[in-house]
Design a protein around this ligand. Structure first.
Ligand code: BGC
Length: 355
């Protein structure tokens, strides 16, 4: 299929105006001076879509998703969702904190994934659109919600800048010692949604190491070099080049679904850089987090109809979830995800687009 930079519109706001658990949901649209647009809903803190100019200046829809909230309600692949209280898996759905064992909802094989049954992506957040480029979402996750201790007050700020970057700032405080690991699960297709898969996108990840997993996708605890493996993206490489390689880790994940240990963190050196082969649109990810889950949509069911009328087949899009390592609460040598009363959890990730 030829490259078709269809300026698929952002969905109509009315398609996200519902009452869910008695609370109002809406769509919030951010727009910058360069014409980029981003849509966010306070249902689940979903990043619903983003339109950025391609090399001909045509707006291209780079975050895949649905035309209406009903699409979000019936899927389980977290299209653009806010993930919490704990991003990725916790082994056997349990962890021990200050000598006490906590049990979580097991929703992924033997493990707990992305915060459990009614995780943050099911909650209606309190939204406040500050200006044309900024919206905040707030949510109080009560003590023992989904099995996690402590009343956790969470605030997320989505900001669109005039240089076509989406910055997401996560803040949280607790009244009891707890664990927290927040991220966003946007799926990108830089050729524009509806333009086939992402296997020819060119990816670079600033990670010399990754955390291999067992057959239930829990890190083995080892931090292994990527050198000489299909996980080496230290130089730009096509996503699809080695995805079918004879490699146990790729078999466990059915493709890439692994935490990369980022070499550097911060606002000046990208954790990852990806370019759409047809559009030329480049996405740089900046983060202060120690890890990034690179996921090639391997478990997308192929049964959901996305905007643009395409099915959500495997590798339709990819996610780059900046976060702490999976199962950190059970792996004391991984960077800690513990948050104590009086401490402030604050982290920032930027997705910057350019051509
Ligand atoms: C996980 C995948 C999972 C996907 C959607 C990713 O963060 O690592 O295994 O299928 O989220 O839930």
């Amino acid at each position: 299929m030829a490259y078709n930079p269809t300026a698929i519109k952002l969905p109509d706001a009315s398609a996200f105006e519902r009452k869910i658990t008695g609370r109002q949901t809406n769509l919030y649209v951010l727009q910058n001076n360069a014409g980029m647009q981003v849509a966010i809903t306070n249902f689940g803190g979903y990043l619903v879509g983003a339109l950025v100019p391609d090399k001909k200046g045509k707006l291209t829809s780079v975050i895949i998703g649905f035309d209406n909230i009903e699409g979000l309600l019936k899927q389980e692949s977290y299209y653009g969702a806010t993930i919490g209280r704990y991003g990725n898996r916790i082994a056997d759905g349990k962890f021990t904190l200050e000598g006490k064992e906590y049990r979580l909802f097991v929703n992924n094989g033997p493990n707990s994934l992305h915060g459990g049954k009614y995780n943050f992506s099911y909650r209606v957040w309190e939204a406040n659109q500050i200006d044309a480029k900024t919206v905040t979402l707030e949510y109080l996750s009560e003590d023992m919600e989904e099995g996690y201790p402590g009343n956790l007050k969470v605030k997320i700020t989505y900001q669109l800048t005039d240089d076509n970057a989406i910055t997401i700032t996560y803040e949280a405080t607790t009244d009891k010692t707890t664990i927290v690991n927040l991220t966003n699960h946007a799926y990108f297709n830089l050729n524009g949604e509806g333009n086939e898969d992402i296997l020819n996108h060119v990816m670079q990840i600033a990670a010399d190491n990754y955390t291999p997993v067992n057959n239930t996708m829990i890190p083995t605890g080892k931090i292994e070099p990527v050198k000489g493996t299909p996980f080496d993206f230290t130089n730009p490489e096509r996503i699809g080049k080695r995805i079918k390689a004879d490699n146990e880790q790729l078999k466990f994940g059915n493709g890439y679904d692994h935490n990369f240990v980022l070499n550097k963190r911060g606002a000046h050196s990208p954790a990852a850089t990806v370019t759409g082969d047809k559009s030329g649109i480049k996405l740089e990810v900046y983060t202060d987090q120690p890890g990034m889950q690179f996921y090639t949509g391997n478990f997308m069911p192929g049964t959901n109809i996305l905007r643009g009328g395409v099915k959500d087949k495997m590798c339709t899009a990819f996610a780059m979830e900046t976060q702490h390592f999976p199962d950190s609460p059970n792996q004391p040598h991984f960077p800690s995800t513990v948050l104590k009363p009086g401490e402030i959890y604050k982290t920032q990730t930027t997705y910057k687009f350019s051509v």
